[in-house]
Write a protein of this length. Sequence first.
Length: 99
Amino acid sequence: MRRNFKRERLQALAIAQRYEREANERERRERPANPFRLELCSLTGSPGEWFAGYNVYTHEGALLEGPLPMVIDEADGTIASLEEHIGKRFAGAARGEDA
């Protein structure tokens, strides 16, 4: 059990770090004059239910928001905001899919 926890936490951490890197690269491309910057500040939860917290900084380095909670979907390797995650679950439930 402990070994699975460590492995799954490392997998969740890799997803969270990839999201941070891709979001920052996208911001630099789309808004080169004043991009926002995400910084991973926490990873909590348990296997099957991981949450990443990100601080959002302005291009000048001032903290804009944080920690911004995000839900890690291990099944498809993505991260969504809490609102997006809940919306997706309700949409699936409305179609009769398991949550």
